[in-house]
Ligand binder design. Structure first.
Ligand SMILES: C[S@@+](CC[C@H](N)C(=O)[O-])C[C@H]1O[C@@H](n2cnc3c(N)ncnc32)[C@H](O)[C@@H]1O
Length: 299
């Protein structure tokens, strides 16, 4: 892949850095990519940059995230204008820029969930990590050392992304199971559900957790319909493993992608590599670069 995958804004759990590895397991040309757990849609963006699919479905249960993606792709100038207004306000806000973040967060929780407000919260909050309270209120704090991505950078990111996705995407905000029902043979589905290692039913890092048994049932249905998919699921760090493997009878191939060094282990002076598991559906296994059934190694 030439050059880094562009992104709109930081998002914790983004697959932007892993996209080149993940795309190796997808055909070079296919009909439609479906991303039911899109987040900031790193894989959709990477696939579209290479013009591999003709059409895209981008879905996330967290509706304001989808609003950002929709405006960034379809009306990037409008998003940049409204984001600039919110972002610039922090410098003239009487109580200062940190207080401004809390004011926008209050507006957002009070119901003003426009794309610009969500984008500002993401751009300014700690590590781009969205967190919600049990009653659904955005409760992440601002990163006090940064003012958030500048409108100039947002403008250059969204103009670029819009140039290869505009007019090709259907945007949705539904539970992933409803979106999977739309899949047809010839589509590729990329699924990146909230991590098991850090969530049970409810994961405050994301909008919701998902139930393991429900997820397995949804995958079984895809197998019955002969639909191809790739799943990012769980991970491991050193000899610690997070999450449960997907059942063997689903017929999936599990690959471990090198995801870099764990920042926590570096702090402890251990420098442990982290891996992210990728599961590949049956048909895709025939067309991808497995060597003698070995786990591929990426440097
Ligand atoms: C690991 S993140 C995806 C990150 C994404 N791959 C990226 O590159 O930005 C998982 C996403 O699933 C969404 N989600 C959680 N439960 C969901 C559900 N039941 N249906 C659809 N999306 C859901 C969360 O809002 C979150 O954005």
């Amino acid at each position: 892949m030439s050059g880094a995958v562009p992104h709109i804004v930081q998002y914790q759990g983004s697959k932007r850095n892993l996209a080149p590895q993940i795309l190796q397991y997808m055909p070079t040309k296919f009909n439609r990519l479906i991303e039911p757990f899109a987040g900031m849609a790193a894989i959709t963006i990477a696939v579209a940059k290479q013009r591999r699919a003709q059409r895209y479905i981008v879905n996330d249960l967290n509706e304001p995230l989808v609003r950002i993606l929709n405006e960034a792709i379809e009306t990037p100038d409008t998003l940049v204008d409204s984001y600039s207004k919110v972002w610039n306000e922090q410098f003239s806000y009487p109580e200062g820029s940190i207080a401004h973040f809390y004011k926008i967060r209050e507006d957002f929780n009070g119901g003003d969930k426009c794309a610009a407000n969500m984008l500002y919260l993401l751009a300014r909050c700690v590590k781009g990590s969205v967190r919600y309270s049990n009653n659904g209120m955005f409760n992440q704090s601002p990163d006090k050392r940064r003012n958030g991505t500048s409108p100039k950078n947002i403008a250059s990111n969204v103009t670029n992304i819009s140039s290869f996705l505009k007019g090709h995407v259907e945007f949705m905000s539904k539970d992933y199971r409803e979106v999977l029902q739309l899949a047809q043979p010839g589509d590729i589905i990329y699924m990146d559900p909230p991590y098991q290692g850090v969530c049970s039913r409810k994961d405050s890092r994301y909008f919701s957790g998902i139930d393991f048994a429900d997820f397995v049932e949804a995958i079984e249905k895809l197998n019955q319909k002969g639909i191809d998919y790739i799943i990012s699921y769980d991970g491991s760090c050193g000899d610690k493993k997070y999450g449960t493997d997907l059942p063997e009878d689903l017929g999936l191939k599990k690959i471990l992608l090198k995801a870099g060094f764990s920042s926590q282990s570096i702090l402890l002076g251990k420098k442990e590599l982290t891996y992210e598991a990728l599961y590949i559906s049956k048909n895709l296994q025939e067309s991808v670069p497995f060597q003698n059934n070995q786990l591929p190694v990426f440097d």
